[in-house]
Write a protein that binds this ligand. Structure first.
Ligand code: ATP
Ligand code: MG
Length: 421
């Protein structure tokens, strides 16, 4: 992509009404633009990040048997009255048509997926079943000053699982936990699996919490946890402060280390729905013995756009964002430093073409009227992991620098391509 043509450019100062770090950085760097409070437009750079996050989540959900579908945003009021949530769901947006019909604007989709599943699930042979979507949700959140962390319109992945019994559900719950750990790791995030209250549905559930100052949650966790990643041994104790049976500075019930308290962002959660929704809508299956039983369900959410905000909160410095490789909008940011003549420009154009031919995603700053300093500042702000420079100084080599390091290297085109593919 030629930067000169890109829709959405960097700006020097964040709009004065943005307070959250993620909103300031992402707006300055040209990834998002606020429409109204809690509602953001995703510009081409922003959409690329959002799509990369979605695709990682999608791959991991497919890997645990999830079938992707897309459910409606305008939902059925009667279904919400049936579950009682038409009046009890505090952040439900209600839209009214010109015919005076009211519609819930989907904040979550149990009221849609359960009646739908009822049309296809009849016998134990139809179970287990796992379906998910990556879809825009609407919630009338009271506060919306946290940028992408708390939107009134936001992107969520929600998976629903359907089982014959609790035991089968529990087995899948453990599989989902592993998939969650793996996908957060792929996104470059240390998401701490945290015990939380299950609300009205059950005694327990799990949240995935990323320690960050901007977090609205507080967790009590074992510091040994942070060092233990997937597959590595270590203590795995963490509870949401709201339900916590332990306090900061008490010893960890597992490894006796001193427990710590931290602010954290909930990037995902998983919880049992038991038979609450299946009983309401009469979702049953015929067992081997011919008897009808209610289907046991689980629900698994991930905040896709909140994740983008979280990554911007966690990975930045005074110059801008530092995207993890897996979600960066482009793999490399190529800068052409103009020599007034056409020689360098021609050479940079060639490098751009060659990299693209090799299948590398390139953002190419081809602007002729911007200084080297201005281009470097924009590259730091945008935060693509690798910066490449073609200038008088680089000769027949290309300068390579990682966004996260100061060191520069000079590589031939062949070395460069070998490193990137
Ligand atoms: P929170 O406690 O932060 O309001 P929640 O418990 O309401 O979250 P769920 O309804 O389970 O969350 O939604 C699943 C996931 O969607 C959450 O883990 C979170 O990552 C994301 N999410 C929830 N509300 C928002 C929002 N207003 N803006 C962006 N992401 C959200
Ligand atoms: Mg909420």
């Amino acid at each position: 992509m030629r930067y000169s043509k890109l829709f959405g450019k960097t700006i020097k100062n964040a709009p004065s009404d943005e307070v959250a770090v993620n909103a300031k950085l992402l707006t300055k760097a040209g990834f998002i633009r606020k429409e109204i409070a809690g509602v953001y437009n995703f510009l081409p750079l922003g959409l690329r990040v959002l799509n990369k996050i979605s695709n990682i989540v999608r791959e991991e959900m497919n890997a645990i048997g999830g079938q992707e579908l897309e459910l409606t945003t305008l939902q059925n009021k009667q279904s919400w009255e049936k579950t009682g949530r038409w009046s009890s769901f505090d952040v439900l947006f209600k839209a009214k048509s010109q015919l005076d019909i009211e519609y819930p604007l989907g904040p979550t989709h149990e009221e849609v997926i359960v009646p739908l599943a009822k049309q296809f699930v009849n016998s134990y042979k139809d179970l287990p079943l796992y379906v998910y979507q990556i879809q825009t949700k609407f919630r009338d959140e009271k506060r919306a000053q946290s940028g992408l962390l708390r939107g009134r319109e936001f992107l969520m992945k929600d998976l629903y699982s359907f089982h014959t019994d609790e035991k089968d559900f529990e087995k899948y719950y453990e599989i989902a936990k592993k998939a969650y750990k793996k996908l957060f790791q792929r996104l470059g995030l240390d998401a701490i699996e945290t015990q939380a209250g299950g609300g009205t549905f059950s005694k327990f559930s799990h949240e995935y919490q990323v320690v960050a100052e901007a977090g609205e949650d507080e967790i009590i966790y074992c510091p040994a946890f942070a060092k233990a990643s997937v597959g590595k041994p270590g203590c795995h104790f963490s509870q949401n402060q709201e339900i916590a049976g332990v306090k900061e500075n008490e010893s960890c019930p597992i490894c006796q280390k001193k427990l710590a308290k931290a602010k954290a962002i909930e990037v995902g959660n998983i919880f049992p729905l038991k038979t609450k929704f299946s009983e309401t809508f009469g979702l049953t299956y015929k067992g081997k013995d011919g008897k009808e039983n209610p289907v046991v369900m689980g629900c698994y959410g991930i905040g896709i756009s909140r994740l983008m905000g979280t990554i911007a909160e966690v990975y930045n410095d005074e110059k801008g964002i530092i995207w993890p490789k897996s979600v960066a909008p482009y793999q490399v940011h190529l800068i052409m430093i103009n020599d007034k003549g056409l020689r360098i420009k021609k050479r940079a154009d060639e490098v751009y073409e060659k990299l693209q031919k090799a299948g590398i995603e390139v953002l190419y700053d081809d602007r002729e009227d911007v200084s080297a300093g201005g281009k470097f500042a924009d590259a730091d702000l945008i935060g693509i992991p690798v910066r490449l420079v073609v200038s008088e100084k680089t000769g027949d080599k290309i300068e390579w620098k990682k966004r996260s390091e100061e060191k520069t290297e000079f590589l031939s085109e062949e070395e460069l391509i070998r490193r990137l593919v």
